[in-house]
Ligand binder design. Sequence first.
Ligand code: ZN
Length: 264
Amino acid sequence: MFVDAHAHLQNFPNQLNYDWDAYLKFFSIDSIVCNGTGLKDWESVHILSSSSSRIVPAYGVHPWKVMDQPDNWLDCLERYLSNDRALIGEIGLDKWVRDSDFELQKVFFMKQLELGIELKCPIVVHCLKAFGHLNKFLGRYEKIPAGFLLHSYGGPKEFVSNFLKKGAYFSFSAYFLREHKGAVREIFREIPLERILLETDAPDMKGPDFLYDKKVNSPSWIDALNPPAIISRIYEEFAKLYKLPLEDLVKQMNVNYKNFLLRA
Ligand SMILES: [Zn+2]
């Protein structure tokens, strides 16, 4: 019944020898998008997604990984994308990270964005402190045909309406439930519910401690990090924030997720 729009299952230790399908089923997670970040982890994403129909693969070069890719990365990416369930992601622009070549990030972002448009493939975007640049890139297109997800959106309110016009979905993560993230929660309250998705970003981006107080009882090597099972708690907290009954939120998130995954 839950859907998780953004995670990196390949970053858990022991991940490839584990029955994720049983885990996801046990925690009522019908589907989760597992995002690759570069050539080094695409094979793991492929193996994980082949092991369970609940795991949707996404392949892309993350802005933090642009400096580590071999020359033939784009050919490899196209090969992985030939799997018809795959999305493009996680790609993006990041001016927050230190020691990264922003010009090179722009080259990788543009190539992957164009590939997504050509293949009519939904795109998962990471953006930190570079929203003006992102807005400029998107300005070249009337609309991104299969839509895109601005994962863990922490950008300014002013860009929201333009991003919506270009086909954006916005995902809300556990991290935004931390006390100091009140301004981000306010922005989410104003985004139309049909364009919102919820995500764990597991195993990264842990939320506030209270979220983990109710034990979810997944194996300790999963619980030591940010476990996918926490998605149910994110739904509960977001329902309170948006003042919606939980069942209504679950229904709407399933509709949104299906719409986002549909190709244009
Ligand atoms: Zn991510």
